[in-house]
Ligand binder design. Sequence first.
Ligand code: TYD
Length: 221
Amino acid sequence: MFITFEGIDGAGKSTHLAALAQWWRARDREVVLTREPGGTPLAERLREMVLHEAMDPLTESLLVFAARREHLLKVIEPALARGAVVLCDRFTDATFAYQGGGRGFNWAVLAQLETWVQGDRQPDLTFLFDVPPEVAQARRAAVRQPDRFEAQDEAFFARVRQAYEARRQAQPLRFAVVDATAAPDVVGTQVLSLMADRAGVQGVEGAARRGPPLDVPGVAS
Ligand code: TYD
């Protein structure tokens, strides 16, 4: 099962990834906890560039998709193939939200890159931590050294949030929206009960591998 966590910076998603990993491990499942951009040594180097060096939105988009390709081939696809649960802190919805929404980059080009890089692979479940930009900004104020995204203004994050919502509307069944304005323990309970519902529907044991393997014509995988 491939599960992703999304939301604007300051939504507080990272805390709950660890709790969800524990939830699956308690059910005797191998868990691969990873993140984007990143998850392999090469992809982590690309992450450093994307987060800290000025570049135009197409370059930025190409680098996050390059990191994703590497991450899919080396970590995500092999883990799914052996039946592990993959928990990924951000994935392609973040590209549509940040590069598409935040930066205003061409949505159709991103959709082409998505198909090219990942074929039919989509997360089985995406937790979307939803919070108004002003609440997230107040939380981010505690961050001492903001990266290129965290340093953006409220209008940027309003666009990011809207783009996440557009992705959710396009694939409503994939998303579970979490009200991230609540206290952390309340949000945590929400995440685990949503997970239990989904796992119940799919069957915890049988949920291992859904969807075709990564197989992009003309690109060796
Ligand atoms: P984030 O996941 O918030 O990590 P941390 O909690 O360590 O700050 O940071 C990753 C940043 O990268 C975040 O601001 C969103 C941005 N991002 C993109 O712009 N595009 C993408 O495709 C992805 C995956 C992330």
